[in-house]
Ligand binder design. Structure first.
Ligand code: EPZ
Length: 423
């Protein structure tokens, strides 16, 4: 993977953003869907698949185990008729955290899997204990040594009644992928309810799976012997949509978003309205946003599992609140180390203090351009958001993180009036 770690964004801030943006497909849905394609004996077609380096990495993993992957525009085709590999090499696993979601699909298809502990954004420990204990209860034998997981299900996987101590998105996805062709019935209690879970269940159902309750806290899966491929469109990326709204809001702009799903965004749209923004949603995936005046500080924001305030939009919101009128408080309940962008925000003139999982943002009138560097995906998006409002020129490094989750962010922002270029 060519790490574009020498590229930078140059942003001249202070310009109001206004215009129309189409929201790209959801990274956090495309990745589990690409893994699910391993279970279908034939050619799966995924439309609205975002052009992101994480998606490229997932396609490299698929090719490595014998799938034929090809992309034309935003359609990715995966032919998994002859999957032969069951090992994901370390270099491919290290490229992103979500590669762990291949585990359930490969156990379901091949009955065995060897992979190293996943890499990805450093947001804290990010253990996989919930994944492992659930798959063991379904009959998988999982050994962990030298940083590798050796997994096998010699007698196949069987259904189980599983209770998650935390509604983990990845664990829920891995269990779904393992359960759809397991023998018997699987119950997932305290399942994650994210829209990406529903999208994965919709895809698997089209392939012949029998799933009830996706999107709720209890999901029941009745195993079937075999899945056939299907054609599916990835849902829009609610986090990318929210990031664009933060960019419009911090520049007192106005924005029309198309190909979005406002009903997936309620966790933070209501916060934007409480801060003084006006939002109108039309049918057909269209919404209008205007934040012409300086917004007031947000009510205390506590990140929660869906449908609460999403942890992935916390960083862009801390940037937005850094110029709001008043003091905002954030409590990051999902990850233990998700304020790594704060020192860089402070370099841009923000007045922010963090203490453990609490972050206090005191709104200032004006940010000022500076040289900053992203250390992870959403923190990088926060720095771009702040730079758009900062007086003068900012230089943002660490684009290899930003490109994981945003389709050419600079082109999207430039198309609505931002003065930003990649060098
Ligand atoms: C998914 O990560 C998303 N990634 C994350 O988005 C998102 O922040 C997260 O869900 C929460 O919504 C993808 O979908 C590819 P979790 P995931 O399992 O599955 C703990 C982005 O920026 N946990 O719900 O890893 C874990 O440590 C990324 O797009 C365990 O303790 O999230 C974390 O504190 C960042 N044991 C919390 O649960 C486990 O076995 C949430 O993790 C699994 C998780």
């Amino acid at each position: 993977m060519i790490l574009n770690d020498r590229q930078k964004l140059i942003v001249n801030g202070g310009r109001r953003l206004e215009g129309e943006l189409r929201v790209h497909g959801a990274k956090n849905s495309a990745l589990p869907l690409l893994s699910a394609a391993v279970l279908a004996h034939g050619e799966t077609v995924l439309h609205n698949c975002p052009m992101l380096t994480d998606v490229d990495a997932a396609c490299r993993i698929l090719s490595h185990i014998g799938c034929k992957c090809r992309r034309s525009a935003d359609t990715v085709t995966v032919d998994a008729a002859n999957v032969f590999g069951s090992e994901i090499p370390d270099n491919l696993m290290r490229e992103m955290r979500s590669s762990i979601v291949f585990l359930g699909a490969m156990l379901g298809r091949m009955g065995r899997c060897k992979l190293s502990f996943p890499g990805g954004c450093e947001l804290g420990a990010r253990p996989i204990d919930l994944h492992i204990s659930a798959l063991r209860q379904m009959g998988a034998e999982i050994g962990e040594q030298h940083g590798f997981l050796e997994c096998s299900a010699p007698r196949g996987l069987h259904g189980a009644k599983l209770v998650l101590s935390f509604p983990s998105v990845g664990a829920t996805e891995n269990i779904l992928l393992a359960a759809v062709t397991a023998k018997g019935e699987t119950e997932i209690h305290n399942a994650a309810r994210e829209p990406e879970i529903v999208d994965l269940a919709d895809f698997l159902t089209k392939c012949g799976a029998r799933i009830k309750g996706a999107g709720e806290s209890v999901i029941i899966i009745d195993g079937v012997p075999r899945l056939e491929p299907c054609e599916h469109s990835v849902i829009p990326d609610r986090i990318a949509a929210g990031t664009y709204l933060c960019a419009a809001a911090i520049t007192h702009g106005e924005l029309i978003l198309t190909n979005c799903r406002p009903e997936h965004m309620t966790g933070f749209l209501q916060v934007l309205e409480a801060m003084g923004a006006r939002i109108y949603t039309y049918g057909g995936g269209k919404m209008y946003f205007t934040g012409k005046k300086r917004l007031s500080a947000s009510p205390t924001i506590r990140t929660m599992p869906y449908p609460g305030f999403p942890t992935d939009i916390q960083a862009p919101f801390t940037a937005l609140c850094s110029t709001a009128n008043g003091t905002s408080v954030f409590v990051e309940t999902i990850f233990e180390n998700r304020f790594r962008h704060i020192p860089e925000l402070v370099r841009l003139g923000a007045s922010v203090k963090t203490e453990g999982r609490v972050c206090v943002v005191e709104g200032v009138r004006q940010l000022s351009g500076a040289k900053v560097c992203a250390a992870e995906l959403r923190g990088g998006a926060a720095l771009v958001t702040a730079a758009l409002a900062a007086e003068g020129t900012s230089e943002i490094g660490g684009l290899q993180f930003i490109d994981r989750g945003y389709e050419s962010l600079e082109n999207a922002l430039r198309s609505i009036g931002a003065d930003v270029r990649r060098i």
